[in-house]
Ligand binder design. Structure first.
Ligand SMILES: Cc1cc2nc3c(=O)[nH]c(=O)nc-3n(C[C@H](O)[C@H](O)[C@H](O)COP(=O)(O)OP(=O)(O)OC[C@H]3O[C@@H](n4cnc5c(N)ncnc54)[C@H](O)[C@@H]3O)c2cc1C
Length: 395
């Protein structure tokens, strides 16, 4: 997998997906219920995914990554999520971090972090959200003050996936005045062992139990000036550009979870007898699964369209990724929820796994930008005068 270049040929793509499917079938699916129940973050199983190339799926080959394009990447995330949507989603966030370092880092930053990140011997976290700044991410107040050859970073990051487990934190912090908005934000690579860096308690969540979510607390954390990713003032644009891929990946994770739930439902309605016949013989049930399959396919095509837009560096890529994320995460949650309904009371039991997938997919409508923010991006892009630049556009 590590030698493949993008776009992969049909044969290469099939070989990659088959290896990913085997990984999902052996390392993720059999343990998904236990990891959910016991809140286990499986570092070793993820590391074995790193050996397959899953830690740097769209990191360039010359940087040690797998070098695939986004159309191939979303197909991989869909396969992974059929094994476990929560861990697939964490691998997505980790890949965002690796891609940011590959794309915006200098040689020294790439050499320091990418080998371990690509192999998932080390993990990455993306730190944008704060207690007072979620959707309005340009309002962050975490500050980074220059002091000689160093920056001193102080602030609190909220809801950080992988916090406490990751070895490197990409922290967006304000280097400009409070009034400087998005253009006063810079990105920093903060190692986990930095003095002054600590973590909040494990958040108790509805789903996503197999990966930790915590606050990241920066209390006078000093990093060398060389820890800045990209240029001063470029941090917000870097953070937004990574989100195009992040939104596609999360959408693909939703597709995988929904496909898994739909497959279970199709099997169940053929086996379960009610009023003398299998449920599948009732036309309303048949129509339900037909609609679920149709809506899933429509969502899949939208995700592929967004991925193609990023691969093509299309000027409307951000809008197409936002449309895909909104549509696919809403559709997939609905499909998984209908799969639960088709199982009747059994769908509500932990043993069948469907309730876990419903819980896990719910947050995909909230993070990487809520689905309301996706509508804002699409609507604003539609109304934007032709030729004017958007801070949110990226690749
Ligand atoms: C489990 C989990 C993991 C996460 N992981 C990470 C991570 O790794 N890194 C990270 O940086 N962040 C992470 N997040 C944060 C996530 O991205 C934010 O929760 C999300 O962006 C929403 O921000 P908020 O929670 O502050 O909600 P708010 O921004 O306060 O929004 C509240 C509601 O108002 C709506 N709203 C807000 N503004 C508008 C508007 N202008 N028009 C219409 N509606 C609006 C929202 O859509 C939402 O419904 C994670 C969140 C969760 C729950």
């Amino acid at each position: 997998m590590t030698t493949t270049t993008s776009p992969a040929t049909v044969e290469e793509r099939e070989a990659i997906l088959s290896a990913v499917r085997e990984y999902a079938d052996t390392e993720l699916a059999p343990f998904a219920t236990e990891r959910d129940e016991k809140h286990i973050f499986p570092r070793e199983a993820l590391h074995r995914g790193g050996e397959l190339g899953l830690g740097g799926i769209y990191v360039r080959e010359e940087s040690g990554g797998t070098g695939l394009g986004r159309v191939d990447t979303v197909a991989i995330f869909e396969e992974l999520a059929q094994g476990d949507p929560t861990l697939a989603a964490y691998i997505s966030i980790h890949n965002m971090v690796a891609w940011m370092i590959d794309t915006y880092g200098d040689d020294a930053q790439r050499a320091r972090w990418l080998p371990d990140l690509v192999e998932m011997a080390e993990f990455g976290s993306y730190c944008l959200t704060e207690p007072g700044a979620g959707s309005d991410a340009a309002a962050i107040t975490t500050s980074a003050r220059r002091d000689g050859d160093e920056y001193e970073i102080t602030g609190v990051k909220q809801f950080i996936s992988g916090a406490g487990e990751a070895g490197v934190y990409v922290v967006m912090a304000r280097t400009g005045e409070a009034s400087s908005g998005a253009r006063g934000i810079s990105a920093f690579l903060v190692p986990a062992d930095s003095p002054g860096l600590s973590f909040g308690a494990l958040e108790k969540k509805m789903g996503w139990h197999a990966q930790p979510t915590r606050q990241v607390i920066l209390d006078g954390v000093r990093v060398p000036a060389s820890a800045m990713l990209g240029d001063e003032g470029q941090g917000f644009a870097i953070a937004m550009s990574a989100l195009n891929g992040g939104r596609l990946n999360i959408a693909a994770c939703s597709l995988g979870g929904a496909q898994w739930a739909l497959d279970r439902a199709v099997q169940y309605v053929q086996e379960r007898v009610a009023f003398g016949d299998p449920l599948a013989e009732k036309q309303s049930i048949l129509f339900t699964v037909a609609d679920m399959r149709t809506e899933l396919q429509a969502a899949r095509l939208m995700v592929r369209d967004g991925a193609q837009a990023v691969d093509d560096h299309a000027p409307d890529a951000t809008m197409r990724c936002a449309m895909a994320k909104r549509f696919a995460t809403d559709a997939a949650f609905d499909i998984a929820n209908r799969a639960l309904q088709l199982h009747g009371g059994y769908g509500y039991l932990q043993d069948y796994g469907i309730e876990r997938v419903v819980r896990d997919l719910r947050v995909h409508q909230i993070l990487e930008g809520t689905n309301e923010i996706m509508r804002l991006i699409v609507g604003r892009e539609m109304l934007r005068p032709a030729g004017s630049a958007s801070m949110r556009s990226g690749s």
